[in-house]
Ligand binder design. Sequence first.
Ligand code: UD1
Length: 385
Amino acid sequence: MKIISVVGARPNFMKIAPFIRAIGEYNAHRPLKPIQHILVHTGQHYDDRMSKAFFEALNIPDADINLGVGSGSHAEQVGQTMITFEKVLEKEKPDWVVVVGDVNATLACSVAAKKLHTNVCHIEAGLRSRDMKMPEEINRLVTDRLSDLLLIPDSLSGENLLKEGTPQKNIVFVGNIMIDTLESNREKAKQYRLEDILRKNKLLEKSIIEGLNGRYALITLHRPSNVDELNVLKPLIDFFVDEVATDMPVIWPIHPRTQKQLQKFNLWQKVTACNNLVLLHPIGYHEMLRLNMEASIMLTDSGGLQEECTVLGTPCLTLRWNTERPITLRENGGASVLVGNNVERIRNEYLFTLKQDRVPQRPELWDGQTAKRCVKAIMEFKEDY
Ligand code: UD1
């Protein structure tokens, strides 16, 4: 059995790490018939802090093949990935291509594989935001439509797939593979000191480092819908700087896209001049987990952080109007509330949310054992002829 698994961008790395480890465990029990595994990195995220740091921290072996795709428009990234990945497929002839999440690599590699009649397995299948303006939603829809084996993180995702006509026999409920990574790194993350994280990653010399006293807000922001338009980004920046940062220290590990946009819109000066806001470079997995464990509140447009906040119990304001992860919402038992990018709504929920206690939750099968179930599902898959 030969499996190629694919990563491209930062949120993929924490999903592939436990999968590769589970293959290693499977092989240790079956030395005569091991799974042959090849890891392909499309190269979409290439900065050391967005990629290499995660491989090292999560003990992911170096990619066997790097497609070197880099930045570009969506069509450029997807097109380049398909062209180069097709050559890999022709040479390696894998039995399976395993893709994770919803980034451009997920879409490009599932299309290239299916066109060469290779089986595709999608880990984190069935999530739907129903927002066709999100590139990730298009990636999810196409990938799921083409996949032979759809491994779902929760039952709501299964319902989405069934409604779209996916046969039940192709869907396996395995749980959330990100939580495998969270569980196996929780103890290590606890050892990190807040001051060390800030000192090591600060973007500006003058940043405050001491005196957080366990009360701070954590921000992440990178979605095109939030950062690509001045009339959306500016009110958000005004709220972060003029309201949140006057209430408590703010820690903000900034995504390269967002930094570029702030500079382009002349908002960089306002953010960097704020004394109670610490700008960080993109930070490592353990550092983010450590900051999240103690944050008073998270303000984010990331999908993965909504899930991590749910398990850690961190109150989370999700700066989006929809989510493909409804299981993380407060009304479904999670820690997150959708606030979009309307400042009045964000302010009201901010004030309300700060009064809430931390209530960690564990949705069904978010138990740290998902990767093993993924490998088992692939090995037990029966094709119909
Ligand atoms: C991608 C994913 C998104 C995911 C996010 C996490 C898609 C469609 N989007 O969005 O789902 O939540 O990653 O980070 O795949 N850049 C760098 N260095 C890098 C990588 C990117 O400077 O290592 C710059 C690029 O030049 C570009 C911008 O950041 O200007 C955006 O990068 P891109 O890979 O296009 O998409 P993300 O916004 O990161």
